[in-house]
Design a protein around this ligand. Structure first.
Ligand code: PLP
Length: 431
C-alpha cells in the first residue's frame, strides 16, 4: 500500500487519485505506529481505507469493501447523511465548549437518549469512548461504596486500566497487573455462580456484564438470565451495570439488550452506534438514585472533551436517525434473515469446521472448530471485498456486525462471498 503526497492531501475528500512519488503507509506504520500493526496491514493486503459511505469502505487502491464487520460501530452505516449534516452544522457554530457555561446540545442529546433508555434511567454522562463509560460506571459504583466488582468470563468492557480490570482476558490483563483489587470473575449465564460471588460481597459489590457477550464470541444467555441477575443484585445489595456499548442502539433488534427482558439496571453503558458512525462518543446512563453522586457534584468526574458539542450533535442526530428510519425494527427484521442465510451457507460444514452459528439481531457469531479458520476466512473475505471481524475474547468466533441499512443486493453479495470464502477456507484447512 502506497500513497503519493498529493493523494495524502486528498484523503478524506473522496479523491482516490494516485500520482507522483509514492509514500509507503505500511512503512509509516512500522516506523511511527507499531511494527505489529504494520505486519497485520501487510497480511491483509496492505491497503489503507480512505473513504466511506453507507455500506461501503473505499481503499487507496480504488477497491471497495462491503462492511459487515469492524468494531460494531456502523449500525447506521458510514457517514449517515443526517448525522454528517448535524456535525457539519455544529462544526460551523461551536465544536468544542468552554465547559464554563451550559451546553445546549449536550442537554438535548441527553434528553433524546433518555427517551429510549429503560424506564427510570434518566441521567446521562457523555464520554469519548466505551472504556471511559466503563470507568465512569466503576467510579460511580465506588461512590456508592460498591468497592468490589463482579464480572463475567469472556466479558469485554474496554482496555483502560479500570475497564481492563473487568475485561476477562489474561492476554490483555497480565502485562498490566496489578489491576483493580477485589474483582471476581463468574461464569456467564450462570446465576448460581453469580449468587455465590454476591453472597460473599453483600452490599459492597457491583456487577458488570453484557446482555449478549460481543467480543466474548456472541454468547447469548438463556431467556430469563438478565431478570435473574437483576433479582440477585437487588437481593444482595449490588449495583447492576449493563454494558450495552456493543449490544445497544438497536444492534440486537431492540433499543437495548435489557429491553428483551424488561430489566432496568442501575447503570447502562452506550457507545459505538451512538456515534452515528461519525464522531466518537459514548455514555454512561443511570437511574436518579445511582447517578446522585455525579449529579450532586459536577466536578467529581470530569474530562475536557467529554460531552463536546460536536460529539453530542452526532449522538443527537444518531438517535433521531434511529427514530426516523425505524432502525430497531429494521434490525429486528433483517437480523434473522442474515442469520438464516449464514446458517444455510454453514450447514454443510456443521459438525466439522463450523461448530455453531448464533446471533441476535445484527450481532452474529460463527464459531469454528479451529481458531486458525477465523483468520483464514477473514483474509478470504477481504480478498473478495467484504470486511468481517474476529472476537477479541474468543478467537474461534468470527463476528458479524452489519449495518441495519443492508439491502437485498448487499445481503446477496455478502452471502455469495461468504459461501465462496468458506469453501476456499475449508479446502485449505483440509489440505
Ligand atoms: C461491550 C463493550 N464494552 C466496552 C468496549 C470498549 O469500547 P471502546 O473500544 O470504545 O473503548 C467495547 C469495545 O469493543 C465493547 O464491545
Amino acid at each position: 500500500m502506497t500513497l503519493s503526497p498529493p493523494e495524502a492531501e486528498h484523503i478524506g475528500t473522496g479523491d482516490d487519485r494516485r500520482t507522483g512519488t509514492e509514500e509507503d503507509v505500511v512503512g509509516l506504520y512500522g516506523r511511527h505506529i507499531g511494527s505489529g500493526r504494520a505486519v497485520m496491514g501487510r497480511v491483509m493486503g496492505g491497503m489503507a481505507e480512505v473513504r466511506s459511505e453507507g455500506l461501503w469502505i473505499h481503499a487507496d487502491d480504488g477497491r471497495r469493501f462491503l462492511d459487515f464487520g469492524g468494531y460494531g460501530v456502523f449500525i447506521l452505516g458510514h457517514r449517515h447523511p443526517a448525522v454528517v449534516e448535524a456535525v457539519h452544522r455544529q462544526l460551523d457554530i461551536h465544536p468544542l465548549a468552554s465547559r464554563v457555561l451550559l451546553e445546549p446540545v449536550a442537554a438535548r442529546a441527553a434528553r433524546a437518549l433518555a427517551a429510549h433508555t429503560p424506564p427510570g434511567i434518566d441521567y446521562v454522562h457523555f464520554v469519548n469512548s466505551g472504556a471511559e463509560a466503563t470507568e465512569a460506571a466503576l467510579k460511580l459504583a465506588r461512590a456508592h461504596g460498591r468497592t468490589s466488582v463482579i464480572t463475567t468470563r469472556r466479558g469485554f468492557h474496554g482496555k483502560t486500566l479500570g475497564a481492563l480490570s473487568v475485561t476477562a482476558n489474561a492476554t490483555y490483563q497480565t502485562p498490566f497487573q496489578p489491576l483493580l483489587p477485589d474483582v471476581a470473575q463468574v461464569a456467564y449465564d450462570d446465576p448460581a455462580d453469580l449468587e455465590q460471588a454476591l453472597a460473599a460481597r453483600r452490599d459492597r459489590a457491583c456487577v458488570v456484564l453484557e446482555p449478549v457477550q460481543g467480543e466474548g464470541g456472541v454468547r447469548i444467555p438463556r431467556p430469563g438470565y438478565l431478570q435473574q441477575v437483576a433479582h440477585l443484585c437487588r437481593a444482595y445489595g449490588a449495583l447492576l451495570v449493563v454494558d450495552e456499548i456493543q449490544t445497544g442502539m438497536g444492534r440486537l433488534g431492540t433499543w437495548w439488550g435489557v429491553d428483551a427482558e424488561g430489566v432496568t439496571p442501575d447503570i447502562l453503558l452506550a457507545g459505538k452506534g451512538l456515534s452515528g458512525g461519525v464522531v466518537p462518543v459514548a455514555a454512561m446512563a443511570a437511574t436518579a438514585e445511582a447517578y446522585a453522586p455525579f449529579g450532586r457534584d459536577p466536578y467529581l468526574h470530569t474530562s475536557t472533551f467529554g460531552a463536546s458539542p460536536l460529539a453530542c450533535a452526532a449522538a443527537l442526530a444518531a438517535v433521531r436517525a434511529m427514530e426516523d428510519e425505524d432502525v430497531v425494527a429494521r434490525a429486528a427484521e433483517l437480523g434473522p434473515r442474515i442469520l438464516a442465510g449464514v446458517r444455510a451457507v454453514c450447514a454443510p460444514y456443521e459438525g466439522g469446521l463450523v461448530r455453531e452459528v448464533r446471533g441476535r439481531g445484527l450481532l452474529i457469531g460463527i464459531e469454528f472448530a479451529r481458531e486458525q479458520a477465523v483468520g483464514e476466512l477473514l483474509l478470504e473475505m477481504i480478498a473478495r471485498g467484504v470486511l468481517v471481524n474476529h472476537s477479541l475474547n474468543s478467537g474461534h468466533v468470527l463476528r458479524l456486525t452489519p449495518p441495519a441499512r443492508v439491502d437485498d443486493t448487499a445481503l446477496e453479495v455478502f452471502l455469495t462471498t461468504f459461501a465462496e470464502a468458506l469453501k476456499s477456507t475449508a479446502a485449505r484447512m483440509a489440505g
